[in-house]
Write a protein that binds this ligand. Structure first.
Ligand code: NG6
Ligand code: CA
Length: 508
C-alpha cells in the first residue's frame, strides 16, 4: 500500500469517526416533541387494533417506534393529568388540581421546576402550543385578558407559547400567544367571569335559537356564553375580533407548531403540542366533516391524525425525522357524549374508543387512564410493541436522563427514570402506578386495586361506568382486561398489599 493511500484511509477514518461522533452527539440530544391528544382513547387510533377507524399518520409513527399497550395517564381528566405530566408530581398530592375553569390562576407555580424548565436548562428552546388548562395569571379571576397575562408559561420554562387558556368548551374562546390575547381590539376589551353573567350578553340557556352550530346535550350545562353559535361554560364579553373559529382550531395550532419547528430547526428544541381534538365542542374543519362516517367525534379523530401528519411532514422536509424523539399520547380516556348534541353516540356504530377496557374518561376503570402511547426516535429506537407498564408521570425523569441532567432537589418528586423502557431497550416497566379518578387506584402489570370511595358508580349523562364503590375492588388485568370480576373477597392479602402501597405513597 502506498503512503498516499494510507493517508487517504487515515483521513477517511478520521472523517468517519468525527461523523460518528456528530451522530452520537446528535442522537444524545434529539429534538423532543410531546403530542398530547385530548380525550382520545386507546381504541381511537387504528394502530391499537380497532378496525373501525383509520389514522394512517399515527400508524406510521407507531410503525417506526415503540407502541405501548399498558401506558397510563396519571388521571382520568385533563388538569390533573397534565399537571402530573409537566411537573412529575402526582396531582392528588395537591387539592387544587381538579378540572380548571378558564379563569383559574396558574396551578403550576413559577417556583416549581417543570419538564420545560428542565429542557431549557439543558440548552433547549421550549414551546407549548394548543390546549393549556392549567390556569394563567396569579389568582383565579384576576387575569388582565387585555394586557400581559402574568405569571404565564414563560415563568415555568416555555420560551414560546400559543395556547387556549382552558378547553374548547370554556371561555375565554381566544388564543393567547406569549401571554397576550391574539388579535385583540383594544376598543373591545374582554371580560370573563365564572360567577356572574354580563348584562346584555345572551346565554345559551335563554336563547336556544342562537345555538346554530351545536346545542348542548340535555342536563349537561354548557349553556352560558354563546360563542360562534355554541354555548359554553362561563361568561364572556367583548373580544369579538379575537374569538377563535372552532373549525379552524386544529389548523391554527398545527400551523403554530409547524412554525415553531421551522424556526428552531437549528437548535435542539422541546415542543409540547397539546391538541384540542377530540374534546368537545367537536367542530372539525369542513374538509374532515363526514369523512369518518362516525359524526363529529370520528371526524375530530381524523383531524387529530392530520395534525400529527403535518408534524411528521415538516420534520421530513427539514431532514429532522431521524433525530427527533416524539411521544404521542392522550390526557385521559375517551368519552362519547361529553355535553353536546353532535351525533357521536348515534353514529358510533361498532367503534370502541376504549378498546378492550372498561369505563372511559372520568372512570377509575382502566379506560379512564389506559391511553395510546407511542415513542418514536428513528436514530435510536427500533420498531416494537411493548407491554411494559409505563406512565406519563415518568416522562420528566426519563427526559432528564436523556439529557443527562441532574434535577434540582425536590423537583419531579414522583417521576422515575424509565428512559430505556421508553426507548424499547428493555421491557422492564413500573412496579406499580397510582391512578386518579373518583378514587385512587393501584395498578401493577397484573392487578388493579380500586380503593373504596363514595362517588357514584355510573354517570348517566356521559354513560360512563365510573368504577366507584364503597367496597374495595380488585381485578386481575392479565385474565380479565375488562375488569368484570371483583376478586377482592377472594384475595384479601392482595388487597392489603396494594392498599399498603397506596398508604405509603400518600404518606410520602
Ligand atoms: C366537565 C364538562 C365536560 C368537559 C370536562 C373537562 C360538564 C357537564 N362537563 O365538567 O364537558 O369539559 O369537564 O374535560 O360541564 S377535560 O378533558 O378537559 O378534563
Ligand atoms: Ca381531556
Amino acid at each position: 500500500m502506498n503512503n498516499t493511500l494510507i493517508g487517504c484511509l487515515g483521513v477517511g477514518a478520521a472523517v468517519l469517526s468525527s461523523l460518528q461522533a456528530t451522530h452520537a452527539q446528535q442522537s444524545e440530544r434529539p429534538n423532543v416533541i410531546f403530542i398530547l391528544a385530548d380525550d382520545i382513547g386507546y381504541g381511537d387510533l387504528s394502530c391499537n387494533g380497532e378496525k373501525t377507524i383509520h389514522t394512517p399518520n399515527v400508524d406510521a409513527l407507531a410503525s417506526r417506534g415503540v407502541r405501548f399497550t399498558d401506558a397510563h395517564a396519571v388521571a382520568a381528566t385533563s388538569t390533573p393529568s397534565r399537571y402530573s405530566l409537566l411537573t412529575g408530581q402526582y396531582a392528588w398530592r395537591r387539592n387544587d388540581t381538579g378540572i380548571a375553569t378558564g379563569d383559574a390562576g396558574m396551578i403550576i407555580r413559577p417556583e416549581q421546576h417543570t419538564v420545560a424548565d428542565m429542557f431549557q436548562s439543558g440548552g433547549y428552546v421550549t414551546g407549548a402550543v394548543g390546549k393549556w388548562h392549567l390556569g394563567l395569571g396569579d389568582k383565579t379571576g384576576t387575569q388582565d385578558w387585555n394586557g400581559f397575562i402574568t405569571p404565564g408559561l414563560k415563568d415555568i420554562g416555555f420560551d414560546y407559547s400559543y395556547i387556549m387558556a382552558a378547553t374548547g368548551d370554556r371561555v375565554p374562546c381566544v388564543f393567547v400567544e406569549n401571554q397576550r390575547v391574539v388579535n385583540l381590539d383594544p376598543n373591545d376589551p374582554i371580560e370573563v367571569s365564572y360567577t356572574t353573567p354580563f348584562p346584555g350578553e345572551p346565554l345559551g340557556k335563554d336563547h336556544p335559537e342562537l345555538l346554530t352550530v351545536l346545542k348542548p346535550s340535555v342536563n349537561h350545562g354548557h349553556d352560558q356564553a354563546i360563542v360562534n353559535g355554541v354555548s359554553r361554560i362561563g361568561y364572556m364579553k367583548g373580544g369579538k375580533q379575537a374569538l377563535w373559529k372552532d373549525e379552524n382550531i386544529a389548523d391554527s395550532i398545527t400551523t403554530k407548531a409547524v412554525q415553531f419547528i421551522e424556526d428552531n430547526q437549528h437548535k435542539p428544541f422541546f415542543l409540547y403540542f397539546a391538541t384540542n381534538d377530540a374534546h368537545v365542542p367537536r367542530v372539525p374543519h369542513p374538509r374532515f366533516v363526514g369523512k369518518s362516517g362516525m359524526g363529529a367525534r370520528g371526524d375530530a379523530l381524523l383531524q387529530f391524525d392530520w395534525s400529527v401528519g403535518e408534524i411528521l411532514k415538516v420534520l421530513d422536509k427539514l431532514g429532522m425525522t431521524e433525530n427527533t424523539l416524539i411521544v404521542l399520547t392522550s390526557d385521559n380516556g375517551p368519552v362519547v357524549d361529553d355535553g353536546y348534541q353532535d351525533k357521536a353516540v348515534e353514529l358510533l356504530g361498532k367503534h370502541r374508543p376504549w378498546g378492550d377496557f372498561r369505563g372511559g374518561k372520568y372512570s377509575n376503570f382502566e379506560a379512564g387512564t389506559r391511553v395510546p402511547f407511542i415513542v418514536s426516535w428513528p436514530a435510536n429506537v427500533k420498531p416494537a410493541v411493548s407491554s411494559a407498564l409505563v406512565s406519563q408521570l415518568d416522562l420528566f425523569a426519563s427526559m432528564a436522563s436523556l439529557l443527562n441532567t441532574t434535577l434540582p432537589e425536590g423537583s419531579a418528586p414522583d417521576s422515575r427514570d424509565f428512559l430505556n423502557t421508553l426507548l424499547g431497550k428493555t421491557k422492564l416497566g413500573r412496579e406499580y402506578i397510582i391512578e386518579q379518578a373518583g378514587s385512587l387506584s393501584v395498578t401493577t402489570s397484573n392487578w388493579k386495586y380500586i380503593a373504596p370511595g363514595n362517588g357514584p358508580a355510573y354517570n348517566k349523562l356521559t354513560n360512563t361506568e365510573l368504577g366507584n364503590s364503597k367496597l374495595p375492588q380488585l381485578y386481575n388485568l392479565k385474565k380479565d382486561k375488562g375488569e368484570k370480576l371483583n376478586l377482592a373477597d377472594k384475595y384479601p392479602d392482595k388487597v392489603k398489599e396494594l392498599q399498603a402501597i397506596l398508604d405509603k405513597e400518600k404518606n410520602k
